[in-house]
Design a protein around this ligand. Sequence first.
Ligand code: ZN
Length: 453
Amino acid sequence: MAKTKTAFFCQNCGTQYAKWVGQCTACKEWNTVVEEVIQKSEKASWKTEINPVKKTSKPLRINEISTEKEIRLNTFDIEFNRVLGGGLVPGALVLLGGEPGVGKSTLLLQIALKLPYKTLYISGEESQKQIKMRADRIHPQSENCLILTETKTQNIFKQIVATEPDIVVIDSIQTLHTDYIESAAGSISQIRECTAELIKFAKETNTPVILIGHITKDGSIAGPKILEHMVDTVLQFEGDRNYVYRILRALKNRFGSTSELGIYEMQGGGLRQVNNPSEILISKNDTSLSGTAIASTVEGLRPLMIEIQALVSTAVYGTPQRSTTGYNSKRLNMLLAVLEKRAGFKLGAKDVFLNITGGITVDDPALDLAVITAILSSNSDIPIEKGICFAAEVGLAGEIRPVQRIDQRIIEAEKLGFKTIYVSKNNKISLKSTNIEVLLATKIEDVANALFG
Ligand SMILES: [Zn+2]
């Protein structure tokens, strides 16, 4: 019997070691290196046993290389297409990551059920019956979606050869195992090897493969970061169980930008695409409440109106608390310092809580002015009049700075019925006539005086 071969892998970043070490030299994490059994045979390829035909590529003259735009497969889901950069690229490996229970399987199953192409949905998590019950709630009449319950890659490839699908979905990469590696499913070496086999398959047959990957608590997919380097596109599905909205964003995309957002609403029968997110992100209160302000932001190519809520109260305990949801807490501290130093607002002994409604996270400097006005509104307990919104950055000197794509922000605000928008005086606005009043501001004191007297 052959001697069992083992190696040591960092469970965080995937680095391999010949012997055990206490600290990973690559990612500096402690106690993440564990021993795994590896026994790799020479012939680890998705089709060695099935179809030994080998296709080799040959060099081309530069003028022979086609520059035509690559064909993309429409997924018939506007949000999903947008985040992918216009649809699925043939042969691409897409990783969809997210916390367990956020709705990754639901999203891919509902896309698979509506596709006019033959889709093979492989689940190692649920039985065919369970998937059928779920599918019945989403879209019961699907002709093109095949469901397979399997975890061994060699068997999966046999079924792929037999059914010739146009798209393959794997739920999830952590459940797969290959015969060529002896360690348990979900271990670093298994994940790495199974992904490598799938990449080979995708590239050689031009079939797009979508992998579901569970994110561990520290936010990395499957523990190892290696997966993210191997695949073409990394999508992340985010959302709080307590909120009905889910955000899909690209963290890496070899075939498009990473700035696009997809928004879904979780419903009993699946996920609904939210094509006009501004309407859902702003709460529909008829009465004005103090501490809320609306910002006009841009995510990717899409403008969004979002609501910012602040609560300022006298600190009960010695050290004042600063807490944010959906917003960078360092940025909040900076803005509070600006308010204190440049505008004379005494907030040093106050608790400040800041929240972006809808459970989404936004990182756009154009939120600054809305954040500041929300804080001042809560502090003075004077509500900001309905119909007013903001789009400007605030600098360290308390000056109001211009932001990108101001025209788009103004148009979105106008479209949603806002009457007034505060922007920087230094912003170049090319819009000629608008129904919205555009107020130009230079300092935060000016805005504060206009709003709160
Ligand atoms: Zn490491």
